[in-house]
Design a protein around this ligand. Structure first.
Ligand code: GLU
Length: 313
């Protein structure tokens, strides 16, 4: 029996020949949440005649590790998933890894160029607010910071844009509409959490910045990810618009998250439901796929199943 989430029904609304991506951060091992995401990414691509790009989101240089990257790619291959398109790999970056995976740490020059364009457009400002500044504001006001800027009013300070200065982009007001094939059409304020941080105090590009630049450059038109990122969608679409991209080109599928037994979101760092552990315990790829499929409603109950058979259901 198939579950309540129907890939075939979703695929019917996907633009034919869509380009989508699987984009893990190499800050831990592959877990059932990734597998569930991979089932929807490759499932919709197969059903809609699309292409899957593999992207290693290693923008966080402190937490990313080559060993995690290698393990993620190995677990993915064991499950039968691979990129449909070669990317500029070791030959270009001079580093190891999969020649089929784009890697954010290879794109420093591009991110710098994009930042410079935003600086030239007068959108970038140095910010001295830390997480603690936002937390203090929350304590004092009983809600999260939202609206233009940041709690410290840094946009008006004209701080010099030095390498160690956290940088924000003024996203502006209004709303950004989005199209989500599961949640329906929606719209939201891009500044619901204030202006977006694009580079942190350690010089790391942030997730929001790198993902928007990459989706634009890599010609992505279908974004499949967990529903915890639905709220960030208007912000990312506004950033895309500021970079000259067309927000209407992107179609989203924000699917349910795989929860741990106690209801928490799975996290790579907590070692939850790691594919490594399941493999070591003797699970087959089909059993892992069935467990992940059931966890997000692609199957009514866990049972070993081949990916191809899941698509037929
Ligand atoms: N690297 C992100 C993650 O692992 C991907 C999020 C996205 O698809 O935008 O959650």
């Amino acid at each position: 029996m198939t579950g309540r989430l129907r890939l075939a029904a979703l695929a019917a609304a996907v633009p034919p020949g869509a380009r989508t991506r699987f984009a893990p951060a190499p800050t831990g091992y592959l877990h059932l949440g990734h597998v569930a995401n991979a089932l929807v990414v490759w499932g919709l691509a197969r059903l809609a005649g699309g292409t899957v790009v593999l992207r290693i989101e290693d923008h966080d240089r402190v937490r990313s590790r080559p060993a995690f990257e290698a393990a993620l790619l190995d677990d993915l291959a064991w499950l039968g998933f691979s990129a449909d398109e070669p990317a500029p790999g070791p030959a270009v970056s001079g580093r190891g890894g999969s020649p089929a995976a784009y890697r954010q740490s290879d794109r420093e020059a591009r991110y710098r160029a994009v930042l410079e364009a935003l600086v030239a457009a007068g959108r970038v400002y140095g910010c001295r607010c830390s997480r603690a500044t936002f937390a203090r504001w929350r304590e004092e006001h009983g809600r999260d910071w939202s609206g233009p800027g940041c709690p410290g009013g840094c946009r008006g300070l004209g701080l010099p844009l030095e390498p160690r200065t956290p940088l924000r982009v003024a996203v502006g007001d209004g709303v950004e509409p989005y199209r989500d094939l599961l949640h329906g059409p929606g719209a939201g304020a891009p500044d619901a959490s204030g202006d977006v941080l694009v580079r942190d105090r350690d010089g790391n590009w942030t997730y929001h910045f790198a993902v928007v630049v990459d989706d634009l450059d890599q010609g992505i038109d279908l974004v499949v990810r967990g529903e915890d990122l639905l709220a960030a969608t208007p912000l990312q679409l506004r950033l895309r618009r500021l970079l000259g991209g067309d927000p209407a080109r992107l179609v989203f599928v924000h699917h349910p998250l795989v929860r741990a037994a106690d209801g928490r979101k799975l996290s790579k760092s907590a070692g939850d439901s790691g594919v490594r552990e399941l493999r070591a315990a003797g699970w087959s790829p089909e059993r892992v796929i069935g467990a992940a499929a059931a966890a997000i409603g692609l199957l009514d109950a866990p049972r070993p199943i081949r990916f191809e058979d899941l698509l037929e259901g």
